[in-house]
Structure formats: structure tokens, C-alpha cells
Write a protein that binds this ligand. Structure first.
Ligand code: TRP
Ligand code: SF4
Length: 333
């Protein structure tokens, strides 16, 4: 499968099961990229440890769940290299080397550094590892000499920092590393059920793995147009979270009807939500079915990840050989 196709790499933190925001903001796009690029997709368990280091069992559980989500959504081990970060030690080796040339103020300046400390105020995020999060991400990318990194908008500062580190490396040791470009995911960020950004820390997310009943309950509790207090009040689809989902899951002709019926109070929110749930199950039925099948066959999943790690390691070792030579490491006669 080595070819002259451009190389794509991306990862997802193992900090929880994947939700619809992760799907539309990343995975859905990754699945499309598989046919045009040489792809590497991994579960970032070390990155998850930066915030979960006191609960190691959780990282293992989430690593498994995210890997299942990857495959269920259509990442295909015959097309892409799918693996777990900690199975490929070369990421850590490059991280050590990049940390020599990465100024601490560059890391402190990354917006997610302070934002996450605020968001997760109950956690101790004063560690070296948490500060180094974006440098580890840079190593993930650079060790494969990836050309493109598909990411959501929120990851752009990390990618910019990766390029700065790569440029500094190349300036110091010669043009060895590749400056990656981003592929920004086209789907706009999906609102959570309460209208804020969908995030597991806000408890407003629908997970690919949620039971049917849980999905129904979550959508039925979703915030709609806050001005539509009673059934006879007209609604405004443009401010309604439920409508935002209809835009993704409902056919255009029916969407227009819902828009008109909402504005004239012809349809009530309860029915509108029930219809959305039906569309959701249609759209995700196959994925959810596949998810159950993969979860029921853990040995097969283990084999896929092991084979993925072996392939990834081969590529990462090639990358590291160049890096070691560029930095004049190792004994030479
Ligand atoms: N930071 C990414 C996230 O929050 C995960 C990640 C780790 C990543 N290493 C990466 C993404 C390398 C792209 C490339 O999901
Ligand atoms: Fe939203 Fe549908 Fe209710 Fe209109 S009818 S406010 S689109 S849930």
C-alpha cells in the first residue's frame, strides 16, 4: 500500500466514546479521505493521559471504545493504517527530541492550554505532559512526515505550532521534516442538545454508542426555540437545535416543509423531535449495528490494531532514522 499518494494523518484523544460532534467534525471526513490518500489514523491514548493520568483504567476503556467507533464509522483497515499511539514508541522518541528545541512560551501561548485548565478546573493540569500536549501532537505528525492533517477548527493552533516546530528543526538540522498542511473539516460544528458546542464535558452530546432509548430521551429533551413556549406559538427554525440536526439528517424537500410548519405552528416540537429521531436511526443504523458486532469480537479488533501498529511502526522508524542522522545521534566511527 506504499505509493506516491500524499500522506494523511490524524488522531483522536481517547478521552471518551465518540459523539456526533466527533463524527461530523472529523471521522466522516476521514472516511472520505481514505480513497485518495495514504492514511494513518490513531487513537491518542498518551494525549488522553494528560488529563486522565489519575485514572489509567479509563484510558484503556476509552481507547477500546474509540477504536470500535473508528471501525464502525467506516475506517477500513484494508485502506488505512489504524492503530493506538502507545503501540508506536517512536512518537515518544521524537517528542523527546522536539522538546529540546521547543520553547516553553510557545506551548504556554497555545489557547487550549489555559482554556482546558479553566474548563477542567477540578483537575490538576500543572504537569509537564499537559504543557507538552501540542509538542507530542507535533511528534505524532512529523514522525510520519505527513503532508496533510484533517482537523476541526479547534485544532488549528496545534497545527500552526507543529509547523513552527518543524521549521525550527529544519533550520537547525537540515530539511528533514515535512511541514504539514491542514484539511479543515467542511461540516460546521454541530450544536450540543443545549445549543452550546457539543462536548462531553457539557453533558450535551449524543454518542454513537448510546442505547436507542437514551438517544430518544436525549433528543426529546433538546432545547428548541426558547421563544416557542406553547404549542400554538410559531417557531424559528434558524435558532432551533433540533432543526440544526434536521438539516443534516432530513431530505431537503421535507426540510422546507418542516421550516414552514414550524413558522406557522403547524407542527409541534414533540412531533418534530420524534421525526428527527427516526431520521437519526436511519442514518446511523448501519454504523450502530456494526459497532455492536465489532464490540462482540474483541480478538478481531486486537488483530486489526496490532497489524496497524506494525505498519505504522515501519513508517515511523523510517522517519526516525532520518531524524537521528540529522541530529547526529548515535555512535559513529
Ligand atoms: N489533539 C487531537 C484531539 O484533541 C488529537 C491528536 C493527537 C491529533 N495527535 C494528533 C490530531 C495528531 C491530529 C494529528 O482530538
Ligand atoms: Fe424546532 Fe421543530 Fe420545534 Fe420548530 S417545530 S422549534 S424546528 S423542534
Amino acid at each position: 500500500m506504499t505509493s506516491n499518494r500524499k500522506r494523511v494523518l490524524s488522531g483522536m484523544q481517547a478521552s471518551g466514546r465518540l459523539h456526533l460532534g466527533n463524527y461530523h467534525g472529523a471521522l466522516e471526513n476521514w472516511v472520505r479521505l481514505q480513497d485518495g490518500y495514504e492514511c494513518f489514523f490513531f487513537v491518542a491514548d498518551w494525549h488522553a493521559l494528560t488529563t486522565l493520568f489519575t485514572e489509567p483504567g479509563k484510558v484503556r476503556e476509552f481507547t477500546r471504545e474509540v477504536a470500535i467507533d473508528f471501525l464502525a464509522c467506516g475506517l477500513d483497515p484494508d485502506k488505512s493504517c489504524i492503530f493506538v499511539q502507545s503501540d508506536v514508541l517512536e512518537h515518544a522518541e521524537l517528542f523527546v527530541l522536539l522538546s529540546m528545541l521547543t520553547p516553553v512560551p510557545w506551548l504556554e501561548r497555545v489557547p487550549s492550554y489555559k482554556d482546558k485548565q479553566k474548563e477542567l478546573a477540578d483537575k490538576d493540569l500543572s504537569s509537564l505532559g499537559f504543557l507538552g500536549y501540542p509538542a507530542l501532537q507535533a511528534a505524532d505528525i512529523a514522525v510520519y512526515r505527513a503532508d496533510f492533517v484533517p482537523v476541526g477548527e479547534d485544532q488549528l493552533p496545534h497545527l500552526e505550532l507543529t509547523r513552527e516546530i518543524v521549521r525550527r528543526f529544519n533550520h537547525l538540522y537540515g530539511e528533514v521534516l515535512v511541514e504539514p498542511k491542514e484539511i479543515v473539516t467542511p461540516t460546521p460544528v454541530l450544536p450540543g442538545l443545549d445549543g452550546r458546542k457539543m462536548s462531553k464535558s457539557y453533558g450535551n452530546a449524543v454518542y454513537l454508542s448510546d442505547e436507542d432509548e437514551v438517544v430518544r430521551k436525549k433528543f426529546s429533551n433538546a432545547v428548541t426555540d426558547p421563544q416557542r413556549m406553547r404549542r400554538k406559538d410559531p417557531g424559528r427554525p434558524e435558532v432551533c437545535n433540533v432543526y440544526a440536526y434536521h438539516k443534516l439528517y432530513t431530505a431537503p424537500a421535507r426540510l422546507l416543509e418542516i421550516d414552514a410548519a414550524c413558522r406557522s405552528a403547524g407542527i409541534g416540537c414533540v412531533d418534530c423531535k420524534r421525526e428527527l429521531v427516526e431520521r437519526f436511526f436511519e442514518r446511523f443504523g448501519a454504523i450502530r449495528e456494526r459497532r455492536r458486532a465489532i464490540a462482540a469480537a474483541p480478538e478481531r479488533l486486537g488483530e486489526i490494531l496490532k497489524a496497524g501498529a506494525a505498519r505504522a511502526q515501519k513508517a515511523a522508524r523510517e522517519g526516525m532514522a532520518r531524524v537521528r542522522e540529522a541530529m547526529r545521534l548515535g555512535w559513529a566511527p
